[in-house]
Write a protein that binds this ligand. Structure first.
Ligand code: SF4
Length: 324
């Protein structure tokens, strides 16, 4: 059995921009622009970046909830980009998603039993009695009670609703969970409870996570490795400890300098980035970060830096780090 559960190769998601009287294509938004990474079985890969950097589009493209423009996604050795709709539907048993806003993703007219049972019905799993048992069991697994099955989404707090979102994703015993900002809408005190729950479930059920967040401090403790995205590309990918102790890319350095540290002796210089994130419809040439980078050099404006391993599996796309 291969060590990697998920391999993403040169994934792109472009959206056409249409205009003019004839509605012809006048440009493209490069939401995800040629990214490659893999996730090992049982691993958590964090994917971080500002809003609009393409991290959620990446998560949804690899599940084919939106169709990628090009590139390959191998899940457990199977090229999911080549699957027919019916084959993809079956594959989704093993690849589930947890959304940011649990309230919006839970049908307000259905009680929790119905919401949790639905994936089992769609995939024809179990008898009605078996499904009910599984609902009760899964509610307990995520720290709720079986009597909660009769209640409706509005009767729960935000943290409880996210537990229900996680229970729903786990109903079919998946291998991979794409968690798309699962704690961003929750209070800080509730965030750590949900993160701890996700870590416990990972250990118990052998889950593999792609954990998407806009905040480096959220992914720090849950991730084995972290990828940092900027304008549709991964600019740095490393283990959590490499990334947090020795960030290489100037963008990662700026993001990390904004994360508060509990140690008063650890005085970090705050890097304030100039300007806004450029539009992905008109990204800068060369290194797309060059319009905001404090270390910009001449070649950065014209030459796209390769994404390369600069040692010990620490990948970075920046001309400051040449390997040859
Ligand atoms: Fe900055 Fe140049 Fe590195 Fe881009 S390639 S991050 S502009 S130094």
């Amino acid at each position: 059995m291969a060590e990697e559960l998920l391999v993403v190769s040169n994934l792109k998601k472009y959206y056409p921009i249409t205009g003019g009287v004839l509605g012809s294509e006048i440009g493209v938004v490069k939401a995800v622009d040629d990214i490659s990474f893999s996730i090992r079985r049982g691993e958590t890969l964090g994917l971080v970046g500002e809003s609009g950097c393409g991290k959620s589009t990446t998560g949804r493209s690899l599940l084919r909830l939106i169709e990628p423009t090009s590139g390959k996604v191998y899940f457990d050795g199977v090229d999911v980009t080549a699957l027919k709709p019916e084959e993809m539907r079956k594959m989704r048993r093993d690849m589930q998603i947890v959304f940011q806003d649990p309230f919006a993703s839970l049908n307000p007219r259905h009680n929790i039993a119905k919401i949790l049972e639905e994936p089992l019905i769609v995939h024809g799993v179990g008898s009605s009695a078996e499904r009910r048992k599984r609902v009760e069991h899964m509610l307990e697994v995520v720290g709720l009670n079986s009597y909660h099955a009769r209640r409706y989404p509005h009767q729960f707090s935000g943290g409880q609703r996210q537990r229900i979102g996680i229970a729903r994703a786990l109903m079919l015993n998946p291998k991979l969970i794409v968690a798309d900002e699962p704690v961003s809408a929750l209070d800080v005190s509730i965030q750590s409870q949900v993160l701890n729950l996700m870590q416990d479930l990972q250990r118990e059920m052998g889950l593999t996570y792609l954990f998407i967040a806009h905040d480096l401090s959220v992914v720090r403790h849950i991730s084995d490795r972290v990828g940092v995205m900027y304008l549709g590309r991964i600019v740095e990918l490393a283990t959590s400890s490499q990334l947090y102790t020795k960030p290489l890319h100037p963008y990662t350095q700026a993001l990390l300098s904004a994360v508060p540290v509990p140690d008063p002796d650890d005085v970090r210089e705050r890097v304030i980035l100039q300007g806004d994130v450029p539009s992905p419809a008109n990204p800068p040439s060369g290194c797309t970060f060059h319009t905001r980078c404090p270390h910009v050099m001449e070649e950065c404006r014209t030459v796209r830096p390769p994404f390369q391993d600069v040692g010990d599996g620490h990948y970075v796309a920046c001309h400051l780090y040449k390997t040859d």
